[in-house]
Design a protein. Structure first.
Ligand SMILES: *Cc1c(COP(=O)(O)O)cnc(C)c1O
Length: 463
């Protein structure tokens, strides 16, 4: 009997995270300071605690997960691996579709996989308060959940458009004891500057990051740090528990090979979490197609150049070598708030440059169509971000059908959409529109990085 839900026993939970930096065929390019010179790790100490900076720059392949962190993760981990049997039947595909269900965490997405260790390491370092930004509210609620368990204070700057579109997430943050304000806010200089120029801005993750970093570094007590929900190496590291569990679960049902891996990518963390342990296999000779998926309204990987850019609009972060649309880019108000970020994780970007990953972009209407088909076959209501992965899964399953191949497709079900029904309502009543960035918009947006250092494109040429 083929299994529909594949559970992993708690004793088999991975005890170490996997670090792709150890295996990348061409090493990451170093972050640069404002003077264009590589920064030293201690320059980050006003923003992050030293123990997380150590992880950020580590090239050790395996990093131990602290026991206390695992104890907290047991609330929902190991997450089930599911077989999308009902979608397979509907599509009449010979492909076997599996997905990691990250929607079962208390905040409803993969994000607490890193919020919990980040809060733990900050607490170990004597930090009392964390500041952060949030798009759709998923990260803010995940950090609120984690800081509450750790007894830390938490202040969240939430992108204006989501603050208005997704009021329910604000309530969750409050419920877990955090403070949440709309960004741009009048509480920081970065926010006030933007409001003076563009009072009606929908906001962006870049603006919210600028505000959260400013509040952390200006705290004179020295006990506040900033926490980022995606993009950085240590965040992607914490998410690899997803892919490591998936490997054990696939082995349990006798799957020896995965052909296709898919995840939606905003900053890249849930995609990396599922795929990096398999990227390691690909580096070591396995044949796997790996697709990070983004919206056409924010086409960072498919149309943005690989170059140095700031992570935030106020240019306070170090320069990172990544795919970017320019730090001044304010994406169209698409519903997948978590995918509205101008940059892409340096680790994901370098793997794209190397040819290990093949990015794709989809329009939001196609994504909602896919999400509705998913809800009417599999049953669950996915997050608008997750629908991008599902659109790609459906395409790949139909391709396998055309080719008559029994491919194994694995994707990450990054979160549920129970709090995002407003977007579904618009789609179902025909009010949604597609967004594609025009060449002109792209050109204008890239003006903001014209004078920044260029990142050399380095690859081995093997893929
Ligand atoms: C935040 C979020 C994303 C995008 O962030 P990544 O860092 O790219 O994973 C995707 N799906 C859901 C459900 C999210 O909450």
């Amino acid at each position: 009997m083929e299994e529909t839900k594949i559970y992993l026993s708690e004793k088999d939970i991975p005890k170490q995270w996997y670090n792709l930096a150890a295996d990348l065929p061409t090493p990451l390019q170093p972050p640069l300071g404002p003077d264009g010179k590589p920064i030293s790790p201690n320059m980050l100490e006003a923003v992050f605690p030293a123990n997380l900076i150590e992880q950020e720059v580590s090239t050790k392949r395996w990093i131990d997960i602290p026991k206390e962190v695992i104890e907290i993760l047991y609330r929902w981990r190991p997450s089930p691996l599911r077989r999308a049997r009902y979608l397979e039947q509907y599509l009449k595909t010979p492909a076997r579709i599996y997905y990691k269900d990250e929607s079962l965490s208390p905040p409803g997405s993969h994000k607490p996989n890193t919020a919990v260790p980040q809060a733990w390491y900050n607490k170990q370092f004597g930090i009392k308060k964390l500041t952060t930004e949030t798009g759709a509210g998923q990260w803010g609620s995940a950090l609120a959940f984690a800081t509450n368990l750790m007894g830390l204070e938490c202040k969240v700057f939430m992108v204006r458009i989501s603050f208005d579109q997704k009021p329910l997430r604000k309530i969750m943050m409050k419920l877990w004891g955090a403070t949440c304000v709309a960004s741009p806010s009048s509480e920081t200089k970065a926010g006030r500057d933007i409001l003076a120029k563009t009072p009606d801005t929908p906001g962006s993750l870049g603006i919210a990051i600028a505000e959260a970093v400013e509040e952390a570094v200006l705290d004179k007590s020295g006990k506040t740090r900033y926490s980022l929900g995606s993009v950085l190496n240590h965040v992607l590291l914490h998410q690899t528990i997803i892919g490591l569990e998936a490997k054990k679960q696939l082995a349990k049902v006798g799957e020896k090979k995965v052909d296709v891996i898919i995840g939606c990518a905003g900053g890249g963390s849930n995609f990396a979490g599922l795929s990096f342990p398999f990227v390691c296999d690909k580096i070591h000779g396995k044949k796997i197609e790996i697709y990070p998926v983004e919206p056409t309204g924010c086409p960072t990987m498919t149309r943005g150049p690989f170059t140095y850019d700031f992570g935030d609009v106020a240019c306070q972060t170090p320069l990172l070598a990544m795919h970017t649309l320019g730090h001044g880019f304010v994406p169209a108000p698409i519903h997948a708030g978590g995918l509205r970020y101008h940059g892409m994780a340096p680790l994901v970007s370098q793997a794209i440059v190397e040819g290990l990953l093949t990015p794709r972009a989809y329009n939001q209407i196609k994504c909602y169509e896919s999400a509705v088909l998913w809800a009417r076959t599999e049953g669950s209501v996915c997050a608008p971000e997750t629908s991008h992965a599902i659109a790609c899964v459906i395409e790949e399953a139909l391709k396998a059908k055309k080719e008559g191949k029994k491919k194994v497709i694995l994707f990450n079900y990054s979160g549920h959409g129970i709090m995002d029904l407003g977007g579904y309502d618009k789609y179902l009543s025909g009010q949604l529109q597609d967004y594609s960035m025009s060449e002109q918009e792209l050109k204008e947006s890239l003006e903001s990085i014209k004078n920044l250092p260029k990142a050399p494109v380095k690859k081995t040429g093997k893929w």
